[in-house]
Design a protein around this ligand. Sequence first.
Ligand SMILES: [Ca+2]
Length: 524
Amino acid sequence: MKRILAVILALAMLLACTAAMAETTYPLSDSGETFNLIIRMRPLHGNADEMELFKRMEELTGIHIVWEQIPQAEYDEVKNLRLGSNKNLPEGFFGKFSLSNSDLVVYGSQGVLLPLNDLIDEYAPNLKALLERRPDIRKNITAPDGNIYSTPYVQEGEDGTIASNIMINVEWLKRLGLEKPTTLVELEEVLTAFKEQDANGNGDPNDEIPMTFKFLGSQRDIGGFFGAFGYADTLAQGNSHIVVGEDGKLVFVPVTEGYKEGCKYLYEHFFANGLIDQEGFTMDKKTYNAQNQGEIANIGVFMCWNSFDLGTVHEDEYEPISPLLGPDGTTSWGTSADSTMAATGFSITNVCHNPELLMQWVDTFYDPIWSMQCDLGPIGINIKDNGDGTYDYIPTPEGMSYDEFRYMEAFASDGPIALTSDFFGSKIPRSAGHQAKFDRNENYYRKYATTIYLPNMIMSEEDTDELSLIKTDLIAYAEEMRAKWLSKGGVEEDWDAYIQQLNDMGLEKYMEIYQRNYDLTHGS
Ligand SMILES: [Ca+2]
């Protein structure tokens, strides 16, 4: 009997050990172990020492943090000084912008930042599971030497994978007896009608702007329209104008035949006829967003991230349309899978007295419920626990903005967290605006989103330096020529000299650096 009991006990202990390995046991410390961390504070943040989020984290883990709170405005200077002099280093850097990609490489290779690969494997079950489930996130945070020097930041509550949307005034369509356009040819017909007729019905046939955009204004740009001729080319990660072509071969879109054809077509069919507003080349973002606020809408089509980018006055008159099909009956829209990720979330330095324990502490933030509380606010203050494994938002008190409400007791948008897309909708609803964006992308854009923008990459110091010598002038020249061809035409006459000029400016080296780094970090 005793022997059987002993076997059962041994089995029970073995099971307990297995469970402990898979799941962290709290508290992590019984002796109130303390770490010194640097944290970057936005103006909206409350005092970290009094934040409910961090109080609860200490209650759970038994670990005390001495926060060195550096205001955002002076953060980079302080951080650079500490790292550069290798003096007064904290045991860790906390938060999304606490370090840059280039810091990770420079101070990782010097040994100032610890490689976290093994620590994650052994002491961070939440993070380890995330990186196994999402290899894209692992790629995003892996340095060229194969090491991970920072945990990630992932917040997929808002669907930023497809940034750019097209909105059309459906009241105008109805008034003129037109359908939503599905091709560039139909768009030209619709915009011509908007231009020539009294589409807004105020008796004046000349006060309509058929379509507006903001040149290179990210999602407000019309770079997506190049997809009707090959690859879309909206500003993406790092403003490189590079997309991932077939078999992982990177493509600089502004030298492709489709791009040339697109410049010619968009000029001849739209800009030359005044169908797309030329003001779009010079407008700043504020001016762009201030359009369409009059008593009667005067914009037919606009490019946006949100349907309320031109204000809410006439928002109800607009509906999304899908990317317009090109002359060959196809199109492609741009997508960047990692637009809601950052490669810096939390880093540990070589002065840390117990990296294993600090890793366990950080890993707690990667439990989805703690990620939620770090980002959206603590349960009971900002978030309601429905008691059935789902959560909801507690309404923002009168006289406060949502961000003011959220930033008081939580670290909000910058924490070392992972809230992946599947969390929203299953555990907590998306906010109304985020849901609308998600639905637009799902219903109108997803199936066309075949142009993959260059993902985030951590490059070596040498490559970063070499790129910076080439990139500024190269991109400025390419963009200047795009503005000229769209607004005034002439792409065919200029093309050969343009290609020659780009080559002289170092295009080949530019592509070689990106391709080599892409193969290293994202190649199969
Ligand atoms: Ca009118």
